[in-house]
Design a protein. Sequence first.
Length: 321
Amino acid sequence: MLVSFFCALIGCLITGVQSVLIYIQGEGVCFNEGCKIADSLTLVDPLYFNLAGFFFFLIVLIGLSRARKGSSLWQRFTSLLLLAGLAAEAVLLSFQIIIIQAICSYCLIIMALIVLANMCMGLKQMFKGMVIFSAVLIASFSLDYRGGAVTSKPLEQGTMARYQPENSSKRLLLFISSSCTHCQSVLDSLKDNPGCAVDFNPVDRYDNFSFPDAEPVAGYKPRINLHYLKKLGILEVPVLLDRQETSMLVIRGGEAIKAYIDQQCGPRLPQPPAPALQQSAEQMSSMSTSSYALPLPGEEDGCAIEEDCEDPLGQSSLQQQ
């Protein structure tokens, strides 16, 4: 029980410090991109989420303190509370694996403390915890969480800012990341060629985004953009979408995107794109490669969508859907 007491104490300190950091700085300690993705997917503000964890560990701490003094009532209540926490952690773990497909390291630390606290409450508590944790995981992995979704959320909900020049009939959609140097290079190219309307859809949150004459959009959701790219099988940014009447042009990689921007958005008259393939509704799901006179893929021309831009994937290409 002493180890459980110290686990609750450590949990109190961690969640308390995290709550203070979120309140003061707007964000807490984040060890990987999984933490940011998990925070963006919660309906409850991360501050309240961490405060709930703080009070959970605080009540467990008080309960264990009273139980050590001989209170059987507090011991039973604390044991029940720890089992409830274990069930909640099983739900959160399955959510990370199934839905967001990214692991939150901070969440794993909290889960480890709750698991260890249960294990040190005795064999009976350990057995109950294993049964509950396993049951929740099995139930979660048996369900298709995406099956009930008839339609995806529109990409407009993932738009961070919109740029609309005068007399522009072409609207592009640009997927970017705050840590991607290739994305910044594309943004600079757009500033030099401001002839196209552009929606800026990031895969993570920007602390400060600046683009001349662009109007910011409040309440944008980066996870929508992240999921959209994953559904297309795209794992790097920047990515440019040019949605046409019968097809959609998908351009990947900084150099290819900049070449397309030069051709379509420069001060001279835009060059018409390659003839779009006439596709039926059944054919729209297929992807085909178009040369479009753009540069060949470079070796360092993109950034992984879930990592900082330190190891470029080098997979720029042009696809037409």
